[in-house]
Write a protein that binds this ligand. Structure first.
Ligand SMILES: [Zn+2]
Length: 282
């Protein structure tokens, strides 16, 4: 949800769509620098959040796309760490429940490349440091499942199991399952049988207790294509029906679902996608 105007405007926009949860960006997502929040904005956001609590909860923040905790470039890693710390501090100030991040990308460089295991260890070490530095914060970090484009990590469930096993405070870590990404990563959940098998696999590798949120997106790209291209619900390769499996799954009843489908300036497309999703609820 856009925060243009003011951060608390996102709640009004959410209400217009009948949202029960919203995702926002709380800092510049395409740049490293971000001004501190001013107290007036924080107070206004917290007041609005409290007013909307019964209608719209939890609130999710998505981190900057530049952040890469798997970077081997010292300067890039430091920038990533500092930006992520800023995200977490701001999310804490705003009383936001979840901060979503992609696990990381192994950088392609002419220098020596690190292995996946080294990357997982580095990500976990960085996350542990971040959690220590934000000790006392209630913000939970959600690692998002990815399509695995290029050298992107997070396209296999066992990647998350490896990272989580190295996290000291497991009460502050969770998973956001993105339908478009995981489908592109090769996870097929388009029939009830395959859907059940996938969640059994998720449960036996990561554990369903870590699942905290969904990104509900259809995708233009084929199963296993490893390309990330979101599209409107029911108009892509996943199709409408599998979203119905998710929406009617008792286990996920209380988990928030966010659409990240293409949108214009007004809320027309969001209305359409939410209508499609709601029509699937039995
Ligand atoms: Zn997503």
């Amino acid at each position: 949800m856009s925060v243009s105007g003011s951060k608390s405007m996102a709640f009004e926009r959410g209400r217009e769509l009948g949202c029960e949860t919203i995702q926002v960006f709380i800092r510049n997502v395409r740049g490293w620098l971000s001004k501190p929040l001013d107290q007036k904005d924080i107070d206004e956001f917290l007041k609005t959040k409290e007013e909307f609590k019964r209608e719209i909860w939890p609130i999710i923040s998505h981190n900057s796309y530049l952040i890469n905790l798997a970077s081997i470039d010292k300067e890039k890693l430091e920038k990533s760490y500092t930006a992520m710390l800023d995200e977490l501090n701001k999310a804490t100030q705003l009383g936001i429940e979840y901060e979503i991040m992609h696990p990381g990308v192994i950088p392609i460089s002419d220098k020596k490349e690190i292995s996946k295991d080294e990357a997982f260890l580095q990500i976990a070490t960085q996350l542990n440091k971040l959690m220590e530095e934000t000790n006392g914060s209630k913000v939970k970090i959600l690692l998002e499942t990815t399509a695995g484009q290029g050298k992107g990590l997070g396209n296999k469930f066992h990647h998350f199991e490896t990272i989580i096993s190295k996290i000291n405070d497991k009460s502050r870590i969770g998973i956001c399952f993105d339908t478009a990404h995981s489908f592109a990563a090769g996870y097929d959940f388009t029939t009830k049988k395959k859907y059940n098998e996938m969640w059994d696999h998720f449960d036996s590798t990561i554990g369903l207790k870590y699942l905290c949120a969904f990104h509900l997106n259809d995708t233009e790209k084929e199963l296993g294509s490893r390309v990330d291209r979101h599209t409107h619900i029911g108009q892509g390769k996943i199709g409408k029906e599998p979203f119905g499996f998710l929406l009617n799954d008792e286990r996920f009843r209380d988990l928030p679902g966010i659409i990240e489908t293409p949108k214009g300036k007004d809320l027309k497309e969001d209305k359409m996608n939410l209508k499609t999703l709601r029509s699937l609820i039995k």
